[in-house]
Design a protein around this ligand. Sequence first.
Ligand code: NDP
Length: 786
Amino acid sequence: MSVAEIFQTMDYGPAPESAAPAQEWLATHTEGFGHFIGGVWTVAASHFPSTNPANGKVLAQIGQGTDTDIAAAVAAASAALAGWKALGGSQRARFLYALARQVQKHARLFAVLETLDNGKPIRETRDIDIPLVARHFYHHAGWATLLETEYPGYEAVGVCGQIIPWNFPLLMLSWKIAPALAAGCTIVLKPAEFTSLTALLFAQICQEIGLPPGVVNIVTGAGATGAALVAHPDVHKIAFTGSTEVGRQIRQATAGTGKKLTLELGGKSPFIVFEDADLDAAVEGVVDAIWFNQGQVCCAGSRLLVQESIEPRFLAKLKRRMETLRVGDPLDKVTDIGAIVAPIQLTRIDELVRAGVAEGAILFQPVTACPEEGYFYPPTLLTGVSPASRVVQEEIFGPVLVALSFRTPAEAVALANNTPYGLAASLWSESINQCLETAPKLKAGTVWINGTNLFDAAAGFGGYRESGFGREGGKEGLWEYLVASPLPPAQRGDNRGNEGNHYISPVGRGAGGLDQTAKLYIGGKQARPDSGYSRSVLGPGGAHLGEVGEGNRKDIRNAVEASRAASSGWGGASGHNRGQILYYLAENLSYRTAEFAARIAMQTGHDGASEVDAAIAQLFFWAAWADKNEGAIHRTVQKSVVLAMPEPLGVLGIACPTEQPLLGLIQFVAPAIALGNAVIVIPSEVHPLSATDFYQVLETSDVPGGVVNIVTGERDTLMKTLAEHDDVDGVWYVGENASLIERASVGNLKRTWCLKPGALPRHDVFLRTATQVKNIWIPYADELPW
Ligand code: NDP
């Protein structure tokens, strides 16, 4: 045999990691695990088995959490809250640091246990999951220390219910627990049924480091246990990672309760390869994108989009690489692809692949043999698919890649955005211009340039659209566990800087004509209401002041269409340009102060002049912010810079407060449009005439048609229609019926912001609520000179 032939035939020998330490630990719990509540272990009423997906054997008996267990855990977390908050960030940092150290000290045990329980290769648990877990606790120990200076005026939201999936059991635990502890929250966490073991070992290290009892509670169990946690009235915040379907249920269940909510849901992330990409690097990227963790990754690059000119060459290289992937014993250090978590998941993958083939997809699987025992699925490539086919649209959550081609960058963007999801995207090109041109156009919370599946505690992670809302990690992630501290009474009032206004002109045009019928304002034009009806507007004494249009569903549809058409141009305009238009609005409103003041007084019986002054000041304030809502550059462990860019949500529906008909409108519309959103506004139902007068100011101030649309009528009915509309990205609602609005929002999981009448959030809350952060990872120097 020649040396060349020896190289050809050489193979890896088995290199198994010993399961002994994990098995010894499990052997000390043969009676079955209880729950970790109030710092002690309870005896569970009943158990269910946790199995090893690599061989189907039972590893342990896990406690089935009941409503009583959840109630006890929430009570323990509530009792611990005041003390944990009062400890202060610096003291809490010591506990986070101790947790990080303990995770590192037990790293091998955690890694082996995770691999046994989940089926993922030991190489991944050892080199990725567990180091990242430690990193999360270290990083958030830092945020705990810096909390008071970096988040002034904010405090812990309270008791947090956290529900995590099975694909990264300990990593997802750390993503949830580390920021919550740093913020001063206490926690009840429910791990996934399939993978509770590392969470239970983590509970043990919480005991070892002397974490105060009740600060972290772990209740294991099924979906019903999670549902009981979501429903518990003493939980202030729910953080969930899992399927979009369960995310919707949780949105419904929390609607109107005032609980803070973050959802990290599914995805169907595009992996885009341009013709000038380094093809070999991109092939390795695909391996990481879809075969990491058997493709059971919410942000897996499961849709390969390749430029047509290189498609045959790229797919040939990819197939060759697939032939070398090793499927097998997850504890073997040379295994690339381990076991699928459970038979039900294996069946789902298989069914979806068969459905794809039935729809005409061409199946490619390498000749790799999968082990007979356990739940294994080979790496799979489906070509010849159409953009609408099921396998291209649905999350398969397995080692299955679908491939499509595109001709132009514009087509790549259109295909990439052609799903309801928006979790992540990966771009491959040697041209940084091409990548930076494309990244802003993608509807995705994370964009990796010439990389994929990169995670770090310093960079926020989370979705656009139906991939959920909220961010985990980075400075932005900590906001999700904080609320503004109540201000002392002396400081209440408008803290948004509406002092000083040099534009008020005494010149006005009088009170305007009486008994007019104001139309709606859609797409920059006044429009008759579809219903043909109008409603009377009465003054404080019951006098008839005029009429406004009675808007209906059709008017809302038209307004949404107009907003959508305007939103990309407006959102893409520079902050400077938007700021100029807000200044112009302020100036034009100030010329009509007397007229607007008189109209306000006529409707409400209150002094209108000070309200107009305050509205003008608000326009100034938000004009100032239009070009100052800067993002951040995150410093990650990897050799990357991560640009955290706040982007507008897109199309926003806004229901204004009833009182203060002009100021109530401006307070919400000005920040929304300053930050690049197009809006559909439902003005005060009782005093709508200031809003309809405002059309003329909009028309004379260069506001592009469709950026601000105003539909008068029954506020809650119109707002419900907006909340149900799948082409609206967010709704802001001031009123008493938050439950109605939040429930209606589940269709496309739009962002909702519901406030009680009279609530006046701080300006930074507006900045965060009007935008969502896109994290763009850019490779940055292999070796740094310092
Ligand atoms: P789920 O969304 O059902 O599970 C996630 C977590 O929520 C688990 O802890 C689960 O408990 C719990 N849960 C289930 N129902 C409820 C409920 N009504 N209220 C509160 N908590 C609940 O995901 P699955 O594990 O069932 O996986 C199904 C599919 O979801 C996968 O095929 C995949 O497509 C997708 N998925 C996506 C993930 C992501 O990160 N994007 C992660 C996991 C799954 P239990 O484990 O006991 O069911």
